[in-house]
Design a protein. Structure first.
Length: 362
């Protein structure tokens, strides 16, 4: 593992450990930055021990690669932007990046970008910048300090800085749609994270856990998907469908208070927003046989008690409600006269914003 920094004399230094941080070598000078106006630095290893160091010097992003034990000459990207303010990097076949800064018109942006290593992008070349978040130059919003990791899907954090009345530095987070490529730029709508801090939230994973860290705290969460089988407690189930809406109502037995405290203890997974999967089937000579059914999201629940009967009622809706309830945080526009996106790509983008993946069957 390595730590990189750039000193006031423009020197780029590396501090390296070969035993996961137990012992460290001496700082090594590996290069010099063009100026001292450095507003972002990130690095990512390949599985074979090679790595790439990225740093933002004013409006230019540089990459310096370490290949087979030798540092290569740094090179710059081929983009035209305003000043940059941050960079995050991970390796997954290519070096996948998040960039914060301004475009050439002064608008604040968060972009995704790929530096190729022969995966989706040719080695040593750059993909196009793809917009992830945007704010006008004359507004009160800026984007800074992006961090990214891939514990299961791509997950990112960044700081939204608001400079108006009741100013704040608030972390936002998002994740990619499952089973897509980073270069597709299909992300769920970013949402605020319940922390405050101008330095951002770093994300990493190891083993069965994902870790978040700030200058004042470290948190971890299990990566394993948790589930709860409700089948034996179902008293009734009703599904209602129309052309653009699907509803689910489930009644569960609660005579012994087993569902008294949703969202905690053994019921931690059963809470507002959780995913409910209904798999219908039959009892045959082979036993209980089911097939994959529809998926719903829990909107509300209520506890009922009357006539000596106690129940928990679950109210859920399908993916149509996710689309209906989505509100873009800023305007998106696709011009008819350009080939920026096909109709299919626009649909995939919108569906990704609510966490759904578009699959074209024919």
């Amino acid at each position: 593992m390595s730590v990189f920094w750039i000193k006031s004399d423009r020197g780029i230094y590396q501090l390296k450990s070969t035993d996961y941080g137990v012992n460290w070598g001496s700082p090594e000078l590996i290069d010099y930055s063009p100026t001292t106006a450095i507003y972002g630095i990130a690095a990512a290893y390949k599985p074979n021990g090679d790595l790439a160091l990225f740093f933002a010097d004013q409006a230019t992003l540089y990459v310096k690669r370490y290949i087979s034990g030798e540092w290569q000459t740094k090179t710059s990207w081929d983009k035209d932007t305003g000043d940059l303010s941050g960079v995050a990097a991970i390796y997954d076949g290519d070096w996948n990046l998040f960039i914060t800064g301004k475009d050439s018109n002064g608008n604040f942006k968060l972009w995704s970008l790929v530096y190729g290593d022969g995966g989706e992008v040719a080695a040593g070349t750059w993909s196009a910048l793809k917009e992830f978040a945007s704010a006008p130059s004359d507004g009160n919003f800026e984007y800074h300090r992006a961090f990214m990791d891939k514990p299961d899907v791509y997950r990112c954090f960044f700081i939204e800085k608001f400079t108006g009345t009741e100013a704040y530095n608030r972390p936002f987070w998002s994740h990619s749609v499952p089973d897509i490529k980073f270069i597709d730029n299909l992300w769920r709508e970013p949402v605020p994270f319940n922390l405050s801090g101008e330095y951002g939230v770093a994300i990493a994973h190891h083993g069965d856990y994902c870790w978040l860290s700030t200058p004042y705290g470290v948190w971890r969460a299990k990566l394993a998907q948790e589930s709860l089988d409700l089948t034996a407690d179902v008293l009734s189930l009703r599904q209602e469908f129309s052309e653009s809406q699907g509803r689910l109502v489930v009644e569960l037995r609660n005579d012994d208070g087993r569902y008294a405290s949703l969202g905690s203890g053994g019921l931690e997974v059963l809470d507002i927003g959780c995913q409910l999967e209904v798999s219908p089937g039959y009892v045959t000579s082979q036993g209980s046989e089911v097939s994959s059914g529809l998926t719903f999201w829990l909107d509300a629940y209520e506890h009922t008690s009357s006539g000596g009967k106690s129940s928990l009622i679950l109210y859920a809706s399908d993916g149509w409600s996710l689309i209906e309830n989505w509100r873009a945080r800023h305007q998106f526009r696709w011009n008819k006269a350009t080939d920026e996106m096909s109709v299919k790509d626009i649909l995939a983008f919108v569906l990704a914003r609510v966490g759904l993946k578009l699959e074209v069957k024919s």
